[in-house]
Design a binder for this molecule. Structure first.
Ligand SMILES: Nc1ncnc2c1ncn2[C@@H]1O[C@H](COP(=O)(O)OP(=O)(O)OP(=O)(O)O)[C@@H](O)[C@H]1O
Ligand SMILES: [Mg+2]
Length: 252
């Protein structure tokens, strides 16, 4: 069974793409066959994995529009065992067309169900709660919500939770809510209580906020293959372990 992990938060700049990339590369290094899907028209994941988005075709936009088979939109990357379905600005136009289609929230889920040969599919969402994120939530077995322990983040998490409740029957969802910073400025930070008060299985984790990680995307081709990777790997480790555990449970 392929496990699908969505990385989502309506709040921008909270390390969704960094988490998607780091976890994908980490699981690939563990021998898992990985597919990373870029669901953001800004295409940061695509760029991180070595592709120039402008003019790239086919992309995930073509899959959403039904213009190509999902198998034909898969690209190899320089990371062994890690493949990519890229994105570019055409995804904005595709998203605008989606809502007129029947069962538009399930387009990605149905397309992914035609794919074989991947252990894990990682879905990097845009910083919105629109159609693309709704498709990711519909498809995923596990949801990771990177968030910063700040006042506005709590509001974004509440919006996220409302979307999850709208999209998923509770028994299908296995949510993972990392608390992404153990920054000394926020010693008491915990996921908001409202996120725990529901029937989803929720687990928190912590990613260190480090300057070296902030500059990691500048190191090509991927942060995983460079010196800066070491701290990313280190800080992702608890998350990787708890997700691996959850994947085992899903397989049981
Ligand atoms: N652990 C970390 N410590 C410090 N900086 C980090 C860490 N993780 C990510 N960053 C930096 O935070 C910035 C935002 O990260 P990223 O692009 O992954 O966020 P995002 O949620 O995908 O953003 P967007 O909503 O725009 O898609 C980047 O500059 C990234 O390098
Ligand atoms: Mg991003």
């Amino acid at each position: 069974m392929t496990v699908k992990i969505a990385i989502a938060n309506a709040k921008g700049g909270v390390a969704k793409t960094t988490t998607a990339l780091s976890l994908s590369a980490a699981f690939a290094e563990e021998g898992k066959t990985m597919l990373a899907v870029d669901l953001d028209p800004h295409a940061n994941l695509t760029i991180s994995l070595g592709y120039k988005p402008t003019g790239l075709a086919p992309t995930i936009a073509d899959v959403f529009l039904g213009d190509c088979q999902i198998q034909d939109a898969i690209y190899a990357t320089e990371v062994e065992l890690l493949s990519l379905i890229p994105s570019n600005h055409t995804l904005t136009m595709a998203e605008n067309h989606l809502m007129v289609r029947d069962r538009y929230q399930l387009i990605l889920s149905e397309a992914l169900s035609n794919l074989n040969g991947f252990d894990i599919i990682m879905l990097d969402c845009p910083p919105t709660l629109g159609t693309l994120t709704q498709n990711a939530l519909s498809a995923a077995n596990i949801l990771i919500i990177p968030a910063q322990p700040e006042y506005y983040s709590a509001h974004a998490l509440r919006d996220m939770l409302n979307l999850i409740l709208a999209i998923r029957p509770a028994q299908q969802s296995q949510a993972q809510v990392p608390n992404p910073s153990d920054d000394a400025r926020y010693p008491q930070s915990h996921p908001p209580k409202s996120c725990k008060a529901n029937s989803y299985r929720i687990q928190s984790g912590c990613i260190r906020n480090r300057d070296r990680n902030r500059h990691a995307p500048a190191r090509k081709p991927t942060i995983w293959s460079t010196h800066s990777t070491i701290c990313t790997r280190e800080s992702s480790f608890p998350t990787i372990q708890s997700i691996s555990q959850r994947i085992e449970e899903i397989h049981e």
